[in-house]
Write a protein that binds this ligand. Structure first.
Ligand code: NAP
Ligand code: MG
Length: 403
């Protein structure tokens, strides 16, 4: 009989690559398995295993998330030509995150983890800003054309039943450029639902913005779909939870976000999300303090760190050199997943443990014990810079005090 915290339903555990794979094991050994009777269904998404299984392992992991509802994922290598050589791969396998996102039809939410001693570059920000980026279409699935001589560009739609609609885009007198892009109501609807669902879960307001005054059909459709989904499916629940949905123009949203205290979920169209997530992440401080969660419209959750496999640190680690890699985002992926599992299964002690582990981690940093990346940002006077493992042990010390 152990007195460890019990779990009912397994978490889908997806292991990964390089330095984050090293950290993954350390987190489990030092901070999880001594306290929890950890139940997971393990999928090795490390590049070697993906290659060996022709990437079936990634698909199986995504299917398992559909079955159990909650997964936690380690950072993984997205192969490029160099990696194909380095790992002698059969093929340049696709990004596992892309594969999982496509199967779950999910939206990715990114949120910074705040600590007292690291001040955001924007002085007014007190609470995290969660960025949700629409992951389909627009300029990322466009068709482009270079006009090299005079001529007419037209937008032609031919319906399956033969109806034709034709508009002139521009009559070119000389050289120029043109692009055609699209989106789907179905995809915009799922994005809206994912945003409203996650905001309810987090009890935060939702802000959404487009340029509907200029783009009177394209962007206006986004605005209308959000409004319709909100009113038909979420308005009552939002009122009950005391949160709001707020729509404005994208330029107004940018100005308001900068002046705000934070604390909202900012839903962004694909391109806006690409740009704004880097802006918000950088302004909050460090990629190593940014979490990421994929939420499907059905309410499946997949947690991970927003950063990659920290390759440079891994090569140092392989040479036997000391590393000071920040494990916070990976640890918070675990605590996020454990909390969600605990909420769904009604396991209060699991939720409480995960919360204590998060608190102990932040306390460690606020008491001045931190990895190198944070030491560069923190305004604490006497900092103790520790290595990868020492950092986890320092968290453990504080965790034990609180148990
Ligand atoms: P990265 O792993 O995000 O690291 C880039 C740099 O950011 C590091 O070299 C390090 O800077 C700093 N950094 C990131 N996380 C850190 C942490 N936890 N602690 C301390 N410093 C941290 O990106 P990358 O090295 O360019 O990419 C490596 C691999 O990750 C690639 O193969 C890419 O495909 C993959 N990737 C995966 C995901 C994912 O699975 N979600 C996301 C992005 C990238 P210093 O070197 O200056 O210390
Ligand atoms: Mg980008």
């Amino acid at each position: 009989m152990s007195n460890k915290i019990a779990m009912k339903v397994p978490l889908v555990e997806m292991d990964g690559d390089e330095m984050t794979r090293v950290i993954w094991k350390m987190i489990k050994d030092i901070l999880l398995t001594p306290y929890i009777d950890l139940k997971t269904e393990y999928y090795d998404l490390g590049l070697e295993k993906r290659d060996e299984t022709e990437d079936r392992i990634t698909v199986e992991a995504a299917e398992a998330i559909k079955k159990y509802g909650v997964g936690v994922k380690c950072a993984t290598i997205t192969p490029n030509a160099e990696r194909v050589k380095e790992y002698n791969l059969k093929k340049m396998w696709k990004s596992p995150n892309g594969t999982i996102r496509a199967i779950l039809d999910g939206t990715v939410f990114r949120a910074p983890i705040l600590v007292k001693s690291i001040k955001p570059f924007v002085r007014t920000w007190e609470k995290p800003i969660i960025i949700a980026r629409h992951a389909y279409g627009d300029v990322y699935k466009d068709v482009e054309y270079r006009v090299t001589k005079p001529g007419k560009v037209e937008l032609v739609f031919t319906s399956d039943d033969g109806e034709v609609s034709r508009q002139t885009v521009h009559e070119f007198a000389g050289e120029g450029v043109v692009l055609g892009m699209h989106n789907l109501d179905k995809s915009i609807k799922s994005f809206a639902r994912a945003c409203f669902t996650y905001a309810l879960d987090q009890k935060t307001d939702v802000w959404f913005a487009t340029k509907d005054t200029i783009s009177k059909v394209y962007d206006h459709t986004f605005k209308d779909i959000f409004q319709e989904i909100y009113e038909n499916e979420f308005k009552d629940k939002f009122e009950e939870a005391g949160i709001d949905y707020f729509y404005t123009l994208i330029d107004d949203a940018v100005a308001r976000v900068i002046r705000s205290k934070g604390g909202m979920l900012w839903a962004c169209k694909n391109y806006d999300g690409d740009v704004m997530s880097d802006m918000v992440a950088t302004a909050f401080g460090s990629l190593a303090m940014m979490t990421s969660v994929l939420v499907s419209p059905e309410g499946y959750y997949e947690y991970e760190a927003a950063h990659g496999t920290v390759q440079r640190h891994y090569y140092k680690h392989l040479k036997g050199e000391e590393t000071s890699t920040n494990s916070i985002a990976t640890l918070f992926a675990w605590t996020g997943a454990l909390k969600k599992r605990g909420e769904i299964d009604g396991l209060n002690d699991l939720v409480e443990f995960a919360q204590k582990l998060e608190d102990a981690s932040l306390r460690t940093i606020d008491e001045g014990v931190m990895t190198k990346d944070l030491a560069l940002l923190s305004d604490i006077a006497d900092k103790k810079v520790v290595n990868t493992e020492e950092f986890l042990l320092a968290i453990k010390e504080r965790l034990e005090e609180s148990l």
